[in-house]
Write a protein that binds this ligand. Structure first.
Ligand SMILES: [Zn+2]
Length: 677
């Protein structure tokens, strides 16, 4: 199919909030819109550099205005290829990934365009810009340098080659890991092996088997991280062992989906690229543009945490072995016995929470309710509006005064066409330049119950829902002029902070009593359970912190290599990196191994996985602030919204935090929360 003016990406959608016209969008529309979008944007750039005078308006603002067809297509496409992919979409993604990298390079590495930006930046004091515009100019200047605009022509050509290859590798890695994870799904022949699971969980496994033409059996699909949510319930030890072992070998077997070679090529190319920029390593290059500044700063923070984390994990293992009676705890026993220990020590059994966490109530009376109390916003489902999949629901969001704020799309269920994990993304970015209101999507991977049965969430899934909605709030409450700064367009080691803060409302008295009710009897979640759970805040944090730190360290270790580094074995490199931090402990494996670490090899988190704990410092401080200021109030919410959530990336991230908090962040609240003091 070729480009025509009837292509659904040709114009701004006339649906409410410029919702993409999903009913019209077909697979064959993507490629023509992609190619046309690229050439239109290049023509816009040519037009910019042909202007005789150099002004902020005709250069920076003109850049913000450029590339609309391409942007519309990409936002829809990547949303779809993450949430509901197909072999056809995978093929399109593989085709466009390197071309998109080349297109971005053609702009960032355009010498005339760079000359104009540099010229403006050098006389920025005299341009009379408002603060958001001044920061936009600075960001463009720094983005272009980060992309290599200042390199020589010869270097720029080399860089383009690296970038194209890297983006191809990224797509390949993601697709292979997903394929291998699907192959590694556990098939169970005898239902007796599923002892410990609820009827719904067993029905879900039966449905998964049916989807794979294995009717009469049960299938447990792999998840993207190490381990599996069902490990806490399955009494059959050998089944637990099979699940854990399969989860650990994703992407690392001798077959077509082996990504070990890709990992090696990845890190070597990234190191070469960093050297081209004058950095010692990819980690230095990446972190120079983050709030942390340098890998050294990151390490010194992680090293404050690591010894206490592993010490606590070993103590937890001792407790578990006591509960086991005899034998040594293995990684596949951990979750199962942890629940037993939790029960014994604190009388908390989170598996009993499920009937109290019915999806519709959690969403409306928990997540939406808390947002209403804080920000005054309200939600109304719009069944008349169609999203990209029948399970993706559309909600309209209103301000306190009734004015329109955003659309929120909620896509909660797992399916084979959806990648693992949970995330937020945008279909339309809020900005005043185009007068656009945001459309934000939340994706989760909750197993879909059989037709007619309610969706009951685990405590972890409820936590994920509040977390992702925190990102959604950052996108929906955005109030910025330029698209570049919209919502979550902040440094990566800052972006997890608002989402983590939103988790504080899960057990907040006013919220939990409002939503956590038994789906059959309407009884509230017993207060005693809530109190007991609150008392366990530091419980199992040794395990959680250790497995997280192992992954964060692994990410840094790969990306601190220089281009001459020779790695013979991905497996032993991994073990050595973890050992070097004193975090080797077989019952606690890393949350991600190199062969399924999609955050860093197929997503944007390379040298950035540390960001979760980096931003948790800000989160823990903020939770303290809310608690000390009266908690869930409109006043507190408005202050958070005005000073931080609505500001997107319009200011240095740590400055935004100071505007909100009135001071710099300290690490103590985090250490206290995780029991690491
Ligand atoms: Zn997040």
């Amino acid at each position: 199919m070729t480009w025509t003016p009837q292509n659904p990406f040709a114009n701004r959608s006339d649906l409410p909030y410029e919702l993409p016209p999903f009913a019209q969008i077909r697979d064959e529309h993507y490629l023509p819109a992609f190619y046309e979008g690229c050439s239109l944007q290049l023509a816009e750039v040519r037009n910019i550099i042909e202007q005789d005078t150099v002004t902020f308006e005709n250069t920076i603002v003109a850049m913000e205005l450029s590339g609309q067809v391409l942007m519309r297509m990409l936002l829809v496409f990547f949303n779809k290829s993450s949430s509901d992919t197909s072999p056809e979409l995978d093929a399109i993604e593989a085709e466009i990934a390197p071309k998109l990298a080349a297109h971005t390079d053609a702009i960032h590495l355009n010498p005339q365009l760079w000359g104009r930006i540099k010229d403006l930046f050098e006389r920025r004091e005299n341009l009379g810009l408002d603060s958001e515009s001044a920061y936009l100019l600075e960001r463009y200047y720094r983005d272009f340098i980060h992309a290599g605009a200042h390199l020589t022509e010869e270097q720029r050509e080399i860089l383009k080659g690296y970038n194209e290859r890297l983006s191809t590798l990224e797509t390949e890695y993601g697709q292979k890991v997903l394929a291998d994870a699907n192959d590694l799904a556990i098939v169970v022949d005898d239902v007796a092996e599923l002892d410990g699971l609820t009827d719904t969980q067993i029905a879900t496994a039966a449905a998964a088997a049916k989807d794979r033409d294995l009717e009469g059996k049960w299938v447990i699909p792999m998840v993207n991280f190490t381990g599996h949510p069902l490990l806490e319930a399955l009494t059959n030890r050998s089944l637990r062992e099979r699940i854990m072992k399969n989860s650990l070998i994703k992407g690392g077997r001798d077959n077509d989906n082996d990504v070990r070679g890709i990992v090696q090529e990845f890190v070597s190319l990234r190191a070469k690229r960093a050297e081209l920029f004058g950095f010692k390593s990819h980690a230095e290059y990446v972190i120079s543009n983050q709030t942390a500044g340098t890998p050294t700063n990151v390490h010194s923070m992680l090293r404050r945490i690591a010894p206490a984390a592993i010490r606590n994990a070993r103590a937890e293992a001792a407790d578990i072995e006591k509960a086991m009676g005899d034998g040594k705890v293995e990684s596949w026993d951990w979750d199962f016995y942890t629940e037993k220990v939790r029960l014994e020590k604190y009388n908390v059994d989170t598996s009993k929470f499920k009937p109290y966490f019915e999806l519709e109530r959690v969403l409306a009376d928990g997540v939406f309710f808390a947002a209403n109390k804080l920000f005054g916003i309200s939600f109304k489902e719009r069944k008349d509006l169609v999203a990209y999949h029948r399970d993706a629901r559309v909600f309209e969001v209103f301000n306190e005064d009734g004015s329109e704020l955003a659309l929120f799309i909620f896509d909660v269920y797992a399916r084979e066409s959806k990648r693992g994990g949970a995330w937020m993304n945008n279909l339309v970015d809020q900005n005043h330049l185009f007068d656009q209101k945001p459309i934000i999507v939340n994706n989760l991977n909750v197993p879909k119950p059989p037709a007619g049965e309610p969706t009951l969430l685990t405590f972890d899934e409820t936590t994920t829902l509040f977390h992702e909605f925190g990102h959604a709030l950052h996108g929906m409450l955005s109030n910025v002029t330029y698209p570049r700064f919209s919502g979550t367009s902040t440094p990566r080691d800052f972006v997890e902070f608002p989402s983590q803060v939103n988790e504080m409302w899960i057990l907040w008295p006013e919220v939990v009593t409002n939503y956590a009710r038994h789906f059959e009897t309407g009884e509230p979640l017993p207060q005693e359970w809530i109190d007991n759970l609150n008392a366990t805040e530091t419980f199992n944090q040794g395990h959680a912190t250790t497995s997280y730190l192992q992954a964060a360290i692994l990410d840094l270790a790969w990306h601190e290599l220089d281009s001459n580094a020779k790695v013979d074995s991905v497996v032993s490199f991994e073990a050595d990196a973890i050992e070097a931090y004193g975090l080797t402990f077989a019952p606690v494996p890393t949350r991600y191994r190199s062969t399924y670490f999609t955050h860093i090899f197929a997503g944007g988190y390379a040298a950035g996985y540390y960001g979760y704990i980096w931003s948790e410092v800000l989160d823990a401080e903020t939770v303290d602030w809310f608690k000390n200021n009266g908690g869930l109030t409109r006043k507190n919410g408005q202050h958070f919204r005005d000073t931080l959530l609505s500001r997107g990336g319009t200011k240095d991230a740590m400055e935004l935090f100071k505007d909100f908090r009135g001071s710099e962040a300290s690490i103590e609240p985090l250490l206290k929360r995780r029991g690491l003091l």
